[in-house]
Structure formats: structure tokens, C-alpha cells
Ligand binder design. Structure first.
Ligand SMILES: [Fe+2]
Length: 454
């Protein structure tokens, strides 16, 4: 049997069969061999979100990011082109740029002083003429570009796989929903501040699933919000709405408030003066969704998003909408670095932007009311998955996690107006199963796999 870094093909095919039956073994949440295989097969092959274009405003701007263990330097060149390189000096491999972001024309390695311009060209070698002479061609030692870089709706992605499919094909029918969340304003969306970063002792699959496909957790994990009277009391909240399964493991939950006893706030509290602009830029179906629902989902494997509002508790109790992107960067089988961006419409009034930022920080910032609840649970899942019993790979007794919710019981809503397969509720494991099926397919794949959902 072919070996894949300690996990056999037989193991993976077995996982696939179990998933078809609606279960997955717990050991996959904390296994070192599985983690190593994921880094190569999942993170080495999928399109990874790097930055929003508003973070690189002017020529010379740069940010440093990561794709799992690969440090990435993103620059905006003189001509306005965005480039991405391995953030590693080609001389001896040192991490080249150690700052998070800034603006400069060149990058000098702190080890021996080799200098690169923001096009990635090696332009200076310390005492080069004396020690290397004319024979060494500088062009052979330029920064290594990320094999694929592309953007959609201002979101810049990179892919480390030379044979990767296009970003457009990869996003597939998720693009319709990205248009909805990023294309409603004339000036687009912009990032406020820098991305928040913090480390949680959790497996990346736990955090990714919690965001993309698990509205079922809300009334228990976030019980305190319900008890404080700031979230609906309805035990089925936020199950009302649609869970939409999209191409390649992507998906979205569009949550409706109508049936919860709380009236929906049009456009989640965006200023009324902006509503006609949204109606102009979105088609009717997209506009209805933005007006009447809040949504949470993900671009597989590890980009989560949330379009949300919540009463601003420390100020005027007003509702301020925000868009949050987050990347779950795997650091170890039981460790993830959360990268979390706040976005709001560039055209929104400055005061609104500031309150939207506070609204984001007080709910889903690292010390936010809701983020604290989630982070505690993510690490508890991972803690409880590390021991001898949970890690037992002899699957003869009950060591499986339950993904049976809604299985074979809930039929798609054929009249749903957006792309994808939409189910008429959000308390459902269908999207989780789609994510994990994609995960196993990537682990098994020799070449990129594409899965189209309608
Ligand atoms: Fe949560």
C-alpha cells in the first residue's frame, strides 16, 4: 500500500467511507502525520488569502504574510502591480523583511546585506565586485516569486502549486457571494487598521468548521449573549435561513432573523443614504440577501468570513455592520494563528467606520465577547482529542465524531435564488461534510481536484 507521510492511502479511503456514513474519527484533529500531510496536500495546493488591496495603497507599500510555513512578502511596485515573493534572502535563506507592513523601495537582508528592490530584483551585494567579481549574474539570485498570484474583488490570493487551476475556477460559484459582500459599494471595501493576530491552541479544522459551517453552536457556546438579552432567545436561532453548499468545499450560511422574534435591521444598520447605491450595484437576489440576512461562511480550506452586526454595548446601543475575514494559519496539529481583518465600505462616513471597527473588536476581536467564547471551545476540542483514547486509530469502537445532522432528511430548496445547493435551514452538517470531503480528496489527490456544485 502506498505510504503518504505515515498516513496510508487505505486510511484516507477509509475516512472517505466513514464520512459518507456521516462520521469522522477524532484522531484526525490532533495527529502529527495528518498535519504534515495537510501542509503539503491542502496548504501547498489551494489558493490562500494574503491581503486585501486596500492594505497596499501606494507604490512601495508592502505587507508580510504567511501561507502555513511559507513567509510571503507582498509588494506594490512603481507601476502599481502587486507581487508576492518568498520572504527569504536567496543568499543564505534568512527571513528578509521582518516588519508587518510599511513603505519602502528596497529590502536589505540583515545577515550579509544583500538588497532587493520591490520588483524582487537583486540590486545590491555588499562589496560585490570585490568578492564575487563579474562572473556572478545578479539576475540568477532574484527573490523567488510565489508561483501564482491573483485577485478577486480586491482580495489577493496566492497559490504555491505550479500546476494550480485559476483563482476564478477555484472560487467557482462562491464568486457570486463574494460579489454580494464586496461589490455593493462604488468604492468597494477597505481594511481598517492591521489584521488582528493571536494564537489559539486548536486544530485548524476545528476553527475552520466552526466558522464556515456550524451555526448550531451559537445558542450554547454564546449562551451569555442570550442571557444578557442581546441575542434572540429562540433555541433555533441562528438555524433560520439557508445553508448553501458551493464548489470546492466553499459555503455560506444566510441567517434570517424574521422568525426569531427580533426584527431584522435593513442592511445590518448601514446608513440609509447608502441603500440606493447597494441596490444599484447588486442584482435583486443579492440585494435581498444583503438587506435581510447576516451571513457567515468560508472559502475552503481556511478563509472564514462573517458579515454581522451586534448592539454596540459601550456606546449608543446602535447597530454597526462589519465584514470580517479570517485566515486560520496552521502552526502545529494543536495550534493555529488567527489572522483577522475588519472591512467596511470605503464610501461609509468616517464616524460609521470607526464605530463599525469598535463593533467588530468588541464582538470578534481577540478579546471580543463572542470570540472569547469560541476560542475557549476550540482549544477544549483539541485538548480532548490529544489523549490515548481519542487518538486510537483502531476504529473498532466508538471514537467517531457525529456529522449526521440533517443527513438524508433535508432536501435542497430548488427555488433558492442564488447559485449552489441551498438547504432551507442552517442547523445542518451538510456543509461540514462537503468541507471534509474536499479535505480527503485533497489529501488523496496527485493533481488538483475540482468539485463543481451546480
Ligand atoms: Fe461562535
Amino acid at each position: 500500500m502506498e505510504k503518504q507521510s505515515g498516513i496510508t492511502k487505505e486510511t484516507l479511503l477509509n475516512l472517505k467511507e466513514k464520512l459518507k456514513a456521516g462520521v469522522l474519527p477524532q484522531w484526525v484533529l490532533a495527529d502529527r502525520d495528518m498535519y504534515d500531510l495537510e501542509i503539503k496536500q491542502v496548504f501547498g495546493r489551494t489558493w490562500q488569502f494574503l491581503a486585501h488591496e486596500s492594505e497596499l495603497k501606494e507604490p512601495g507599500s508592502y505587507v508580510t504574510r504567511w501561507i502555513a510555513n511559507d513567509p510571503i512578502l507582498l509588494t506594490k511596485t512603481k507601476s502599481g502591480e502587486i507581487k508576492a515573493f518568498l520572504n527569504s534572502c536567496t543568499h543564505r535563506g534568512t527571513l528578509l523583511c521582518t516588519a508587518d507592513s510599511g513603505k519602502q523601495k528596497s529590502f536589505t537582508c540583515p545577515f550579509h546585506g544583500w538588497t532587493y528592490n520591490n520588483e524582487g530584483d537583486l540590486v545590491g551585494i555588499a562589496v560585490g565586485n570585490k568578492v564575487y567579481g563579474e562572473e556572478m549574474n545578479k539576475e540568477d539570485w532574484n527573490l523567488r516569486p510565489v508561483p501564482n498570484v491573483d485577485s478577486y474583488q480586491g482580495m489577493i490570493f496566492g497559490n504555491l502549486d505550479h500546476k494550480a487551476e485559476s483563482l476564478s475556477d477555484y472560487l467557482g460559484n462562491m464568486k457570486w457571494y463574494l460579489d454580494m459582500m464586496l461589490g455593493r459599494s462604488d468604492g468597494g471595501m477597505e481594511v481598517q487598521g492591521s489584521p488582528q493576530r493571536y494564537v489559539v491552541e486548536a486544530n485548524w479544522k476545528v476553527t475552520a468548521e466552526n466558522f464556515e459551517s456550524d451555526p448550531y453552536h451559537v445558542q450554547f457556546t454564546h449562551k451569555s449573549s442570550k442571557e444578557l438579552g442581546i441575542a434572540p432567545n429562540d433555541p433555533f436561532f441562528p438555524g433560520h435561513g439557508h445553508q448553501v453548499v458551493l464548489d470546492n468545499g466553499h459555503g455560506i450560511n444566510l441567517v434570517q432573523l424574521d422568525d426569531t422574534g427580533i426584527s431584522p435591521i435593513p442592511y445590518q444598520g448601514m446608513p440609509e443614504s447608502m441603500w440606493p447605491m447597494f441596490q444599484k450595484n447588486l442584482n435583486k437576489e443579492q440585494n435581498d440577501m444583503v438587506k435581510d440576512t447576516f451571513f457567515v461562511g468560508g472559502v475552503y480550506p481556511n478563509l472564514g468570513f462573517l458579515q454581522f452586526t451586534f448592539p454596540l454595548l459601550d456606546s449608543d446601543n446602535g447597530f454597526y455592520n462589519f465584514l470580517n475575514f479570517r485566515v486560520w494559519r496552521p502552526l502545529a496539529p494543536d495550534k493555529v494563528e488567527v489572522w483577522s481583518w475588519h472591512l467596511i465600505d470605503k464610501d461609509a462616513p468616517q464616524e460609521y467606520k470607526e464605530k463599525s471597527y469598535v463593533s467588530f473588536l468588541s464582538t470578534f476581536g481577540p478579546s471580543g465577547l463572542l470570540e472569547q467564547d469560541d476560542a475557549e471551545i476550540w482549544s477544549r476540542v483539541t485538548q480532548a482529542s490529544n489523549g490515548i483514547m481519542a487518538q486510537d486509530k483502531d476504529l473498532s469502537y466508538n471514537s467517531f465524531l457525529n456529522y449526521l445532522m440533517g443527513m438524508d432528511r433535508v432536501q435542497p430548496n430548488e427555488d433558492f435564488p442564488g447559485p449552489g445547493v441551498a438547504y432551507p435551514l442552517c442547523f445542518l452538517d451538510t456543509l461540514s461534510r462537503s468541507m471534509h470531503k474536499r479535505w480527503i480528496d485533497l489529501l488523496l489527490a496527485e493533481t488538483p481536484v475540482k468539485e463543481e456544485v451546480r
